[in-house]
Design a protein around this ligand. Structure first.
Ligand code: BES
Ligand code: MN
Ligand code: ZN
Length: 509
């Protein structure tokens, strides 16, 4: 979809003319200036349609007039923006996505958004235009590469979207940053959606390198021989039942102060769980429980997508992304329940359930990241536990942290983007649940509080006072039920927007 920003000029003469109405307190729909013009130009078609509709201007409501008399446009689409005081970036993105969805359903090929900022709204004109466009862009995502039949039914015909705004230059600038974020989200979605016979660790690593190197990100790939030499016993223990080679990918974006500046040059660090398929290993999952486990690399996908977004918009920050890529499979050489692994940190782990593998991968990735980069903070993302899904469902990711300031920054970014997080506790009591009879720890807690004991496990690999937050994204990384407006695919790309926003609000300049 081609998106452009244009100054409001004369009437629209082709495609869909999309206009807005607000819902000021209690008083029904109030047409915004663009809608008033469209109404006049069509000889009152909108006011007539309004009279016979239930439209009140609420956010997400629509009135559509097809082939309006006296106009050359294919349709007039009136959209509700809701209460002016409540119009914000997140809401506008949702609206942009809903508009695109309507136009896709109608088979429209071109559209012009002619939507003004309602009086008393919290956003600038350029922001409104850019975020509407961003929402529409997110809705344009498709993952159809494996379909060979009925392609028409899946086609999204809307090829051009023009957005009218009085401040074209500012809108283009705001949109350029968001376009970079959309590219990162699309990369993350692609990686999550790919089937596991195609996207195994080495292929993931290749794709990360291909997408990021050309943007100026330094990408290193460590294979099994190198990791063995360095002592990645926990990560390698997960991958050793698989025919596919495990990989560690290290991505560095240096858009901030020189690393010679000891404190200011410190990078922020993102670490991702990249289990390209989680069969459970010898503690094998059921058939049903295994479905969707191609998405068990969504943490790694979010980290890779964020690195792309930061680089594509040339963010003024130093950031490292480290992802541990493995396949968790049963096999003659697979790790057994009862095995003891020696992690890169030196700590030993009694593996009592090979399906609690994500924490083993993260343990070594976290140690490596801290020892090599001494980051300002580290955030890990992982589809770590079914327990977090049982706890928070699909609306929030769980956040666990040793640093309250970092948590409130993540929460703020979550409120802005709509990728929300909910904090859960860490406590020595839960830590005692992973004591092992023979090693430094075991890799499972008890029957209860599974998301927390998993986080306690990770905490044992956080060194000294490194600020750290763990995001358990098992409930938000993919969607099996109802589709969210901005997410037209199974893989959501969750985390890219959140982390990008976290950087913008706190770690640039
Ligand atoms: N990848 C799974 C967690 C998961 C489950 C993500 C469902 C998304 C949906 C993880 O590796 C796992 O299997 N965790 C086990 C841990 C248990 C064996 C302690 C779980 O949650 O059941
Ligand atoms: Mn597992
Ligand atoms: Zn897993």
């Amino acid at each position: 979809m081609q998106i452009s920003f244009v100054a409001p000029s004369s009437d629209v003469t082709a495609g869909a003319w999309v206009v807005g109405a607000a819902a000021p307190n209690g008083s029904g729909a109030a047409l915004l200036p663009g809608a008033v013009r469209a109404d006049k130009a069509s000889g009152g078609a909108l006011t007539r349609a309004l009279k016979v509709s239930k439209f009140t201007g609420k956010a997400g409501q629509f009135v559509e007039v097809l082939a309006p008399g006296g106009l050359k446009v294919s349709r007039l689409l009136l959209v509700g923006l809701g209460k002016p005081q409540e119009v914000d970036e997140k809401g506008l993105e949702t609206l942009g996505a809903q508009i695109a969805g309507r136009l896709y359903a109608g088979g429209e090929t071109a559209a012009t958004l002619d939507i003004d900022v309602p009086k008393d709204a919290k956003v600038e004109k350029a922001e409104l235009a850019a975020h509407l466009a961003f929402g529409a862009r997110l809705k344009s995502y498709k993952f159809d590469k494996y379909r060979t039949r009925d392609l028409d039914a899946y086609e999204k015909k809307l090829a051009t979207l023009r957005v009218m705004t009085p401040d074209v230059a500012a809108a283009r600038k705001a949109h350029a940053g968001l376009q970079a974020v959309a590219d990162g989200i699309f990369l993350a979605r692609d990686l999550v959606n790919e089937p596991p016979n195609i996207l195994y660790p080495a292929e993931f690593a290749r794709r990360a390198r291909a997408a990021l190197t050309k943007l100026g990100v330094k990408v290193e790939i460590l294979g099994e021989a190198e990791m063995k030499k360095q002592g990645f016993g926990a990560l390698l223990g997960v991958g050793q039942g698989s025919a596919r080679e495990s990989q560690l990918v290290v991505m560095q974006w240096n858009g901030g102060p020189s690393s010679k500046n000891k404190s200011k040059g410190k990078p922020i660090a993102l670490v991702g769980k990249g289990v390209c398929f989680d069969s459970g290993g010898l503690s094998i999952k059921t058939g049903g429980g295994m479905m969707g486990m191609k998405g068990d690399m969504a943490g790694a996908a979010a980290v890779t997508g964020t690195m792309l977004a930061l680089a594509a918009r040339k963010a003024k920050v130093n950031a490292v992304g480290v992802i541990g890529l493995v396949e968790n499979m049963p096999g003659g050489n697979a790790t057994r329940p009862d095995d003891v692994l020696k992690s890169l940190s030196g700590q030993t782990i009694e593996v009592l359930n090979t399906d609690a593998e994500g924490r083993l991968v993260l343990a070594d990735a976290l140690t490596y990241t801290q020892r090599r980069f001494a980051p300002k903070f580290v955030i890990d993302l992982a589809t770590l536990t079914g327990a977090i899904v049982a706890t928070l469902g699909f609306e929030h990711a769980g956040v666990f942290s040793n640093n309250d300031e970092l948590v409130s920054r993540i929460q703020a970014a979550g409120r802005y983007t709509g990728e929300r997080v909910w904090q859960l506790p860490l406590d020595p009591f839960y830590d005692r649940m992973i004591k092992s009879k023979i090693a430094d720890m075991k890799n499972i807690g008890g029957a209860n509080s599974g998301a927390i004991t998993a986080a306690q496990f990770l905490k044992r690999f956080i060194e000294k006072d490194t600020a750290w937050a763990h995001l358990d994204i098992a409930g938000v990384a993919w969607q099996d039920g109802e589709q969210k407006p901005m997410i037209p695919s199974w893989g959501t790309g969750w985390g890219v927007r959140l982390l990008n926003r976290l950087v913008i609000e706190n770690y640039e300049n």
